[in-house]
Ligand binder design. Structure first.
Ligand SMILES: [Zn+2]
Length: 221
């Protein structure tokens, strides 16, 4: 399969933005991709945004961001306190937050939730990412869940076995408040990455996958 490589501007480090509705979404949806990209682009500028957090989960979100972004010098971690499960009723305030994010950074790639995600909080984040960032690459990650909304994403990031293991180890080590959820297990995370690895013929056997609404082919003329 032909690789479409990142064509970041040559005169500055890549700018990456990761947005998650809840404390562990970024790590679940694209933790392996974060690790792979930062291995390739250790000088990247990273903006990490978690929109809801409360109590213990706030500390988990901060610990996870610190672990994922280990060694990244130019990073901004934003952790908000919008109420989880209530995003639709808080949409205007969350939109204001997105407008603030737009003033803070113009990312080369934004990783956000899928606009067709069955979780209402995730869906709003996906919609606001598109609503706010109008000339950007947005890749929409997936989150396994009870509702069963997995589909057939078309953009794949192969993930090495080492990155896959680091992602899962971090999820299990940091997010202890989630251990009482039956789905929150290493098998869930590894299984989905294995399936996506099959779909893109990843050398390691593992990958993460994304939905893309728009991608630009070739340089501007
Ligand atoms: Zn979530």
């Amino acid at each position: 399969m032909l690789d479409f490589c990142f064509n970041f501007p040559a005169n500055r480090p890549p700018r990456l933005m990761f947005i998650g509705a809840h404390c562990d979404d970024i790590e679940i949806g694209c933790g392996g991709t974060v690790i792979e990209l930062l291995n390739r682009y250790p000088d990247a500028t990273v903006h990490w945004v978690v929109l809801s957090s409360e109590g213990e989960r706030k500390q988990e979100a901060r610990s996870a961001a610190n672990a994922m972004l280990r060694g990244v010098r130019d990073r901004t971690v934003t952790i908000k306190e919008f109420r989880g499960a209530y995003f639709p009723s808080e949409a205007p305030a969350i939109k204001d937050c997105f407008e603030e994010l737009k003033q803070m950074a113009s990312p080369d790639i934004i990783f956000a939730h899928n606009r067709k995600d069955s979780h209402q909080d995730h869906r709003i984040v996906g919609e606001l990412a598109w609503n706010t960032f109008r000339d950007h690459v947005i890749l929409e990650y997936e989150i396994p869940k009870y509702d069963g909304d997995l589909g057939a994403p078309s953009v794949f990031m192969p993930v090495s076995a080492a990155a896959m293991k680091r992602k899962i180890a971090l999820l299990m080590r940091v997010f202890k408040t989630q251990h009482n959820k039956r789905w929150f297990t290493p098998e869930t995370f590894q299984g989905l990455m294995r399936l996506r690895g099959i779909e893109c013929n990843a050398p390691s056997g593992y990958a993460e996958a994304f939905y893309s609404r728009k991608l630009l082919l070739g340089g501007a003329t």
